[in-house]
Design a protein around this ligand. Structure first.
Ligand code: NAG
Ligand code: NAG
Ligand code: NAG
Ligand code: NAG
Length: 377
């Protein structure tokens, strides 16, 4: 059923080409191919890693697709390797050729893509969580739309969050222009304002070739873990479209948020399942190899789990590339699970809020249950 919806969407989106047919009784299994980025190495510490110190983490290495270079032996001087031929000068160019090579060699049931996933810059909800402390944020403040001075329902970016997007903007520009990083062929974003704005500030003003213009598509399932926090409540489609004039929406994108209730949060199983579905959607409808995704801490974590990548938690504004292998395998039976569960909160600011423990509500009407709510992400 999932796939018939997708082929309908295909007709409306001229940028996408032939879809990847999934054979009967088969499904897609994802893996991240290790050994190409620093981030997949267990010795890389996610808490201190900054993509901008490391060429996005692309390892300096050779690939089996590298062209052979002659050794030049000038008379009376040391022999040296001939320079790389045109198109193979930088690490990114050679990596791009390698991924192309992998796809050419791959059987029909296998394909490779490079997903470059960025977390939005700091939003007002992130700043508020820091200000109130996580327990009090989770059991009371996150359920409010804001306080007397700031709004965090579908939060916008703070000054610091905008700076993180400007930094990414400058870094991408330099990688594209001086380091031969391939331009993205597709861009996707979460529908939450902080992601649309981060994507816009990162890419909209870049001098991109006509064939690779920044025309981001909003996909519902790239949104954050849906808890009862108001920062997970997305705005309506009309409002989201005002954030960037070239924004497109996936087919069937609802005007109003049909998932956020303010009383129930999605379960981990539900989020993992939708993360798999959204990857299936992208892999079967979009034949782009180089894809940018702007999303959230919690959702990128689930995408990484689905991709079989090690845990790598991103700070606000951080970016992680993954070389993804998608292969069709026999369908495994799945178990059933609860999709949503009720999340409890205090109905007034808590009396106490102790980091790592939780909070004590000031009224007895509702029990604080901070463990049931995800932290703002
Ligand atoms: C991870 O990095 C360490 C230190 O640079 C290196 O010795 C090791 O070979 C790497 N592991 C993998 C699987 O690439
Ligand atoms: C690869 O080498 C370049 C140039 O020396 C360096 O700037 C970059 O950080 C290196 N990348 C990694 C992942 O070590
Ligand atoms: C509202 O929260 C922000 C933190 O995001 C804080 O700086 C501000 O002082 C708070 N306002 C009030 C009235 O408490
Ligand atoms: C959409 O959201 C905006 C901003 O919250 C609001 O002003 C507007 O009335 C909403 N429009 C519809 C059609 O619900």
């Amino acid at each position: 059923m999932k796939f018939s919806v997708l082929s309908a969407a295909l007709a409306l989106t001229p940028a996408v080409m032939a879809d990847w047919k999934i054979s009967k009784n088969r499904e897609i299994e994802y893996s991240s191919v290790e050994g190409f980025f620093l981030q997949d190495n267990t010795t890389t510490d996610a808490t201190t890693f900054d993509y901008a110190d490391w060429n996005f983490g692309l390892l300096n290495r050779t690939y089996t697709s590298d062209p052979k270079r002659k050794t030049i032996k000038p008379k009376g001087r040391k022999p040296y390797k001939a320079p790389w031929p045109k198109g193979y000068t930088t690490q990114w160019e050679r990596f791009e050729k390698y991924v192309e090579h992998l796809n050419k060699k791959a059987p029909k049931d296998t394909q490779y893509k490079v997903l470059v996933m960025g977390r939005h810059g700091e939003g007002f909800h992130n700043a508020a969580e820091t200000y109130y402390g996580t327990p009090a944020w989770n059991c009371y403040w996150s359920e409010q739309t804001g306080n007397a001075t700031v709004t965090w329902q579908d939060a916008l970016l703070t000054e610091a969050g905008l700076e993180e997007a400007y930094k990414a903007n400058a870094y991408f520009e330099e990688r594209f222009e001086q380091y031969g990083m391939p331009y993205f062929e597709s861009y996707y974003t979460s529908p939450l304002a902080r992601c649309v704005i981060t994507a816009r500030e990162t890419f909209a003003n870049l001098d991109l070739p006509k064939s690779h213009r920044f025309l981001p598509v909003v996909k519902e399932s790239f949104r954050e873990s849906i808890s009862i926090h108001t920062c997970d409540h997305r705005s309506n489609k009309t409002y989201i479209s005002t954030l960037f004039s070239k924004l497109r929406f996936e087919k069937g994108f609802a005007e109003t948020d049909e998932l956020w209730t303010g009383t129930k949060g999605e379960t981990t199983e539900h989020q993992l399942a939708r993360s798999k579905d959204i990857l299936d959607d992208v892999f079967t409808s979009d034949d782009a190899t180089w894809i940018s995704v702007t999303s959230h801490s919690g959702e990128i974590s689930k995408l990484l789990t689905t991709l079989n990548h090690r845990t790598f938690k991103l700070s606000t504004g951080q970016i992680i590339p993954v070389l993804v292998k998608a292969k069709q395998v026999s369908i495994e039976p799945t178990s059933t699970y609860a999709s949503w569960s009720t999340e409890a909160t205090c109905n007034a600011p808590p009396v106490t809020s102790i980091s790592g423990q939780g909070c004590v509500c000031s009224t007895s009407t509702t029990l604080a249950s901070t463990s049931a709510t995800a932290t703002a992400a």
